[in-house]
Design a protein around this ligand. Structure first.
Ligand SMILES: *[C@@H]1O[C@H](CO)[C@@H](O)[C@H](O)[C@H]1NC(C)=O
Ligand SMILES: *[C@@H]1O[C@H](CO)[C@@H](O)[C@H](O)[C@H]1NC(C)=O
Ligand SMILES: *[C@@H]1O[C@H](CO)[C@@H](O)[C@H](O)[C@H]1NC(C)=O
Ligand SMILES: *[C@@H]1O[C@H](CO)[C@@H](O)[C@H](O)[C@H]1NC(C)=O
Length: 382
């Protein structure tokens, strides 16, 4: 497969490359990225450039950053699952119904243009053991769009919106395909993607701490939810950004304190209570209530405590063991019937956020971020 990283090497080393060819090459990469990134459209306007309103010396930990959970799942419908079934069977994994995995309905490019600045991306090696692609648990989200391709989408968008900054959370997704173990080959590929000349240019190179908006404009901050423990330490040392080791991230934790910089004792306060531990047979209403409770508990803390620390709240939830199962969609927005008379976590959060004007809430990751339609706008107007 044609490699994005070799494109940059060619451009950097060969002054004879025509700019027409560079344009064609970029066009090809963006086109390859489409199944995950969406079809690239250049859009300006207030929501695409909302960070213009903030001065350069604003500390990133003081900002309110809307994000999306499992951002790459937006096109994972039954036709997508059917189309990828041959490859999935090849993986010899059983994949539950698509509702289990779908957490969004708009592509990354729309998220960016609508104001989203933090993304949750889950990768693993593809079924032919050749490139890193995107998964949500067992669900293969595209067989062709690679991590490298999608990164170029973000790079292009930043070139078009130099006032903005982006946070990319990368996490290795295991229990997926035959080759999807977190082995040295997989770790090396991720390392290469994040240290290519293009990545060095577009990722903030600071390590272990967040600075000002001014220093991060036009760039990406890596939120590294993976370890490089199968490679020599020098590889880890060469990666920028903040490290949230999976070994320190309490599974289903409502109230995680994770020290991402041990020298300076910098701690992030995280809520990632994705599966409410409700009694068996609890209604969707009950599950939504528990998830909302944990979400608001962390945001309340962000508005009142540790003003200079990072807060990272996940509003996303699911309870698949329940009968009927509470899919991410029902948890986030309900199903529009008497089954969920007050909607889902998002509707509840909308009312709550309207009361938080002028307060710092930190980074908040949503499922179905575009519903209700004024959720992101309300968040950005805090
Ligand atoms: C979304 O999925 C459908 C069904 O698999 C597919 O036809 C379509 O091309 C996908 N969209 C993109 C942008 O890849
Ligand atoms: C996948 O490819 C790598 C080389 O990139 C190799 O080291 C590894 O053994 C392969 N994995 C399997 C399961 O064959
Ligand atoms: C609600 O959140 C608080 C604070 O995290 C927690 O102590 C309590 O157990 C939660 N209650 C439910 C029903 O989830
Ligand atoms: C909403 O969910 C309930 C419980 O699963 C189900 O009985 C009902 O048919 C669903 N309604 C819609 C419109 O999806």
């Amino acid at each position: 497969m044609w490699k994005a990283s070799s494109f940059i090497a060619i451009v950097a080393l060969c002054p004879l490359v025509s700019s027409a060819l560079a344009d064609f090459a970029l066009h090809k990469i963006l086109s390859d990225a489409t199944p995950i990134f969406g079809s690239y459209v250049k859009e300006s306007g207030q929501k695409a450039e909302w960070m213009k309103a903030y001065p350069d010396d604003t500390l990133l930990v003081h900002m309110n950053i809307p994000g999306t959970h499992d951002s790459a799942t937006w096109n994972y419908t039954q036709p997508t699952q059917d189309a990828l079934r041959g490859i999935t069977d090849l993986n010899q994994v059983t994949v539950p119904v698509p509702e289990t995995f779908r957490c969004q309905e708009l592509p990354l490019i729309d998220m960016l243009n609508m104001g989203i600045r933090a993304f949750d991306l889950r990768y693993a090696l593809d079924p032919t053991n050749s490139s890193l692609i995107f998964y949500h648990s067992q669900a293969l989200l595209s067989e062709t769009a690679t991590v490298d391709d999608v990164l170029f989408g973000f790079y292009q968008w930043l070139d078009d919106h130099p006032s903005e900054t982006i946070f990319l959370s990368f996490q290795h997704e295991s229990s997926t395909a035959r080759y999807a173990s977190d082995d040295a080959a997989s770790q090396l590929k991720m390392y290469n993607a994040l240290t290519s000349s293009a990545a060095r240019h577009y990722f903030v190179q600071t390590k272990g701490q967040l600075g000002t908006l001014g220093d991060a404009r036009g760039k990406i901050t890596l939120l590294r939810r993976f370890d490089l423990n199968k490679l020599p330490d020098s590889y880890t040392a060469a990666l920028p950004g903040l490290h949230f080791s999976p070994s320190l991230w309490t599974d289903n934790g409502p109230d995680i304190s994770l020290e991402y910089n041990t020298d300076k004792h910098l701690t992030a306060y995280i809520e990632d209570y994705y599966q409410p531990l409700t009694p068996t047979g609890s209604s969707a209403i009950e599950n939504i209530k528990w998830k909302y409770n944990a979400t608001v508990a962390n945001i309340d803390k962000a508005t009142t405590q540790h003003p200079d620390s990072l807060f990272w709240t996940w509003a996303s939830g699911t309870n698949l063991e329940n009968s009927p199962p509470d899919w991410p969609r029902i948890m986030a927005i309900g199903n529009g019937t008497g089954y969920t008379p007050n909607g889902g976590v998002n509707q509840h959060l909308l009312s709550y956020l309207k009361e938080q004007k002028g307060k710092r809430v930190g980074i908040v990751m949503f499922d179905f971020f575009d519903r209700p339609s004024d959720l992101t706008d309300t968040f950005l107007a805090l």
